[in-house]
Design a protein around this ligand. Structure first.
Ligand SMILES: C[S@@+](CC[C@H](N)C(=O)[O-])C[C@H]1O[C@@H](n2cnc3c(N)ncnc32)[C@H](O)[C@@H]1O
Length: 253
């Protein structure tokens, strides 16, 4: 039954998630299938996972050689993730960083990561769009942005009334990216048949996979300037004379 009286913003607070993570494990401990699908063939580099939860995606990436920052609002979730990393050994702990951060005002450093992933990191309304913009800016040229969200629950099937804009369509998600700068693949997909992560019964996800186009090659510009005088070949010296135009090749810094 829908309960329009429930404060949806509470679902994005530290208190709510600390409480959820203080009991038995919430998730399966397996990496999310869309992350595995899109990242297993990537060359390891630096990665950021936002809303990292119990850290399964961070640990999976680290086990494949990535240096990963897992960011979440819940210190309880981050402490649980750090314990799992320690159990996985020093090679993994050396590659992971845990950061407590509220995605409502998280300032991801720009041009910093080869992979930015956000799996089921919902936020209400325009705050989600703003987060996606900031996450896109955090991707290095040539890097990958992976955003995965639940499809909206069928009306009347959930026990909460969620704001509709918490569940953007693939097209709405793609609209935050400039197609001139990104190669974008966005759609609604059924979860892979071998999915070992679903604890919620969701069968479909909205998935945006985008690769930031590499920076354009450096090209020289030609700047013309007027000079007064000319180089005399016969006299092998600069001679004053009528103005003319010469061209300078300049390279961007
Ligand atoms: C549905 S869980 C997904 C966890 C993980 N990505 C996964 O797929 O297993 C959403 C995560 O977002 C985190 N979260 C919720 N609101 C947040 C906020 N305002 N800032 C940062 N993280 C938040 C929660 O603590 C939780 O770990």
């Amino acid at each position: 039954m829908n309960d329009p009286g429930v404060d949806v913003w509470r679902m994005f607070s530290q208190e709510f998630w600390d409480d959820r993570y203080s009991g038995a494990p919430v998730f399966s401990g397996n990496p999310n299938p869309w992350l595995v699908h899109h990242a297993e063939d990537l060359t390891p580099g630096t990665a950021l996972d936002v809303g990292s939860g119990e850290g399964a995606d961070v640990l999976w990436l680290a086990s494949r050689g990535w240096h990963v920052t897992g960011a979440d609002i819940s210190p309880v979730a981050l402490a649980r993730s750090a314990r799992l990393a320690e159990r996985a050994g020093p090679r993994i702990t050396a590659r992971v960083t845990w950061q407590q951060a509220d995605m409502l005002d998280f300032d991801a450093p720009e041009n910093s990561f080869d992979l930015v992933s956000a799996q089921f990191m919902h936020l209400p309304g325009p705050t989600l769009k703003a987060l996606h913009r900031r996450l896109a800016a955090a991707v290095k040229p040539g890097g990958t942005l992976l955003l995965v969200l639940h499809v909206p629950p069928e009306p009347g099937t959930g026990n909460l009334t969620f704001p509709a804009d918490m569940f953007p369509t693939a097209e709405q998600m793609a609209s935050v990216l400039d197609p001139a700068r990104w190669t974008i693949d966005a759609g609604t997909h059924q979860r892979p048949a071998n999915d070992a992560t679903s604890t919620t019964g969701h069968t479909h996800d909205v998935v945006l996979h985008a690769v930031r186009r590499p920076a354009p090659p450096r090209t020289a510009t030609t700047e013309q300037r007027a000079v007064s005088g000319y180089w005399s070949l016969t006299e092998a010296r600069w001679s004053p004379g009528p103005g003319k135009v010469v061209a300078d090749r300049r390279w961007p810094q």
